[in-house]
Write a protein that binds this ligand. Structure first.
Ligand code: HEM
Length: 148
């Protein structure tokens, strides 16, 4: 969990940053409405994932409340909010699940669709897409072909 190679929590934005005039520039996290908006996004996101027959099987034996809490914290950090995530590293949590590329792409698509439906602005969506690309290798199984 402390291995920097095994974590998605290194955020370029640590809360609000400042512009050239020294005035505060709000983080993505603040711009979308903070903790309540992130929680709403996580709820909608999981509803979509669980309604997807190709993905629902991954979550049958997982406590969904814990999952929502973890993903809310992770999204918070990815969006530049306060970093309070203390769970397992992404690789440690996902490599045993043998997730193929196509399933990773589907989950990422559901996340982008959810944020789009909530009216999140394009520049934030671009950053979320970049983060999804950056952490892909930690989540997608390195040792298997497509199929679980
Ligand atoms: C950027 C992409 C993803 C992020 C940020 C993410 C985030 C997380 C986090 C924070 C946890 C909890 C880790 C812990 O226990 O401390 C977790 C667990 C889990 N994730 Fe993901 N995840 C991603 C992609 C995926 C994908 C693509 C799938 C399945 C297709 C998936 C399935 C799961 C499952 C089943 C668990 C529970 C594992 C367990 O409890 O043993 N995740 N994820």
């Amino acid at each position: 969990m402390t291995d920097p190679q095994d974590s998605a929590v290194a955020s370029p934005e640590d809360g609000a940053t400042t512009n050239g005039n020294g005035a505060a520039r709000p983080s993505h996290y603040e711009r979308i409405g903070g903790a309540e908006s992130v929680k709403a996004a996580v709820r909608l996101f999981y509803d979509r994932v669980l309604a997807d027959p190709e993905l629902a099987g991954y979550f049958t034996s997982v406590n969904m409340e814990e999952q929502r809490r973890h993903l809310a914290l992770m999204l918070t950090v990815v969006l530049g909010g306060p970093n309070t995530y203390a769970g397992r590293g992404l690789a440690e949590a996902h490599q045993p699940l043998n997730i193929p590329d196509e399933h990773y792409a589907k989950v990422g698509g559901h996340l982008i669709d959810t944020l789009t439906a909530l009216g999140v602005p394009d520049d934030i969506l671009d950053d979320v897409r970049a983060t999804l690309g950056a952490v892909r290798d930690q989540v997608v199984s390195s040792g298997t072909a497509a199929g679980v």
